[in-house]
Design a protein around this ligand. Structure first.
Ligand SMILES: Cc1cc2nc3c(=O)[nH]c(=O)nc-3n(C[C@H](O)[C@H](O)[C@H](O)COP(=O)(O)OP(=O)(O)OC[C@H]3O[C@@H](n4cnc5c(N)ncnc54)[C@H](O)[C@@H]3O)c2cc1C
Length: 325
């Protein structure tokens, strides 16, 4: 039987190991950091499972594979399905209309309906869109649940080298840049804040002509505010501008966010190929699963299934790229 060594315990590596293990393969999982954490991009994600919203500026595979991810994650971790609310100020009405034209799976909502869905938004926004079928998860819990489930099946994350003879599946995100020179980093900056006096029960996206922002509830009054998109070579620190934009967006949703406690400031580089779609590729003996861009949680399950089928199925992908099509 083939033995596989999966490199990287981010969302890509954990999903690939899970899918290989589900097919009965012998798998070891390796990450020098010993497991998921702030060293990996997956730690900083919002955890929105929002294929219909993301379709606004993404390709068809994001919509198709993203919908399949909702069920995949629901079997592995806690997923909250309360939809996504997209709102815009009256002056940005044209942005809302454009968003509605470019997406589907939504219903228009009035100011009163927005207030009924999320009372703490009040009637600040005259109109919005409600994507009822979208969902969200807590990325750190999802990573832990996958890690724990693999460990319980005898596949803990190891910090040693892969065993000799194992087929390598490289899921190391941007660390694979040398082997995958087309890979680039797209910096995301985010905040985690605590505002116990405010309640939002679903992700809310605030459309804005320059920087569209979102807020994702984590429970117990904790919210993730994200995220910028900046072409960058290193993850660096958060810029003053990003901090201002993120906090202004929260303030625009409800001025009481001004009293929030800032718990975390996070930045990382999303690994992306030129077309912003992920790929399963093969170079020599190594299979690479990479380029998840801003859709790590949305597309990793589908990419992991593609990789597992390519590795274990009758027709092993030898050189061609199995892109996310
Ligand atoms: C602010 C922000 C918000 C985001 N929000 C969302 C969202 O709401 N929804 C969504 O779907 N996506 C979101 N994303 C995108 C998502 O986080 C990424 O697409 C995803 O994390 C990429 O995962 P990865 O496993 O490829 O890389 P990583 O998470 O970076 O994992 C790579 C792992 O490889 C390990 N590694 C490195 N070198 C080696 C080696 N030589 N051997 C073994 N292991 C190695 C590293 O330690 C690391 O653990 C967001 C990203 C950011 C930055």
């Amino acid at each position: 039987m083939s033995r596989f060594a999966v490199l990287g315990a981010g969302v890509a590596g954990l999903c690939v190991a899970t899918e290989l293990a589900a097919r009965g393969a012998q798998v070891t999982l390796h990450d020098p950091a010993g497991g998921p954490g702030g060293h990996g991009c997956s730690w900083w994600a919002g955890g929105m499972l929002a294929p219909w919203c993301e379709y606004e500026n993404a390709e068809e595979p994001v919509l198709v594979h993203g919908q399949a991810a909702l069920g995949w994650w629901a079997e592995k971790t806690a997923v909250t399905t309360r939809g996504t609310l997209v709102v815009a100020h009256a002056r940005d009405r044209s942005d809302l209309d454009r968003f509605a034209r470019r997406t589907h799976g939504h219903a228009p909502v009035s100011g009163a309906q927005i207030a009924a869905l999320e009372p703490d938004l009040g009637t600040r926004f005259p109109a919005g869109l409600y994507f009822a079928e979208e969902a969200h998860l807590d990325p750190r819990r999802a990573l832990r649940d996958l890690t724990d489930s693999l460990a319980a099946r005898g596949m803990p994350v190891r910090d040693d080298a892969p065993p000799p003879g194992a087929q390598i599946v490289d899921c190391t995100g941007l660390a694979a840049r040398e082997a995958l020179p087309e890979l680039r980093g797209v910096k995301g900056e985010m905040l985690v804040i605590r505002a116990p006096e405010l309640t939002l029960s679903r992700p809310v996206r605030l459309l804005h002509p320059r920087i569209p922002l979102y807020i994702v509830p984590r429970g117990d009054g904790v919210y993730m505010l994200g995220a910028t998109m900046v072409e960058a070579e290193d993850r660096g620190r958060i810029s003053a501008r990003a901090m201002l934009e993120l906090l202004s967006a929260a303030y625009a949703l409800n001025p009481a966010f001004a009293e929030a406690e800032i718990l975390e400031i996070g930045t990382d580089l999303r690994p992306a190929f030129p077309d912003n779609l992920p790929r399963v590729t093969r170079q020599g003996d190594v299979t690479y699963v990479n380029g998840l861009y801003r859709h790590g949680y949305l597309l990793a399950p589908a990419m992991a299934q593609q990789a597992a089928e390519a590795l274990l199925g009758p027709h092993l992908v030898e050189t061609a790229d199995a892109a996310c099509h």
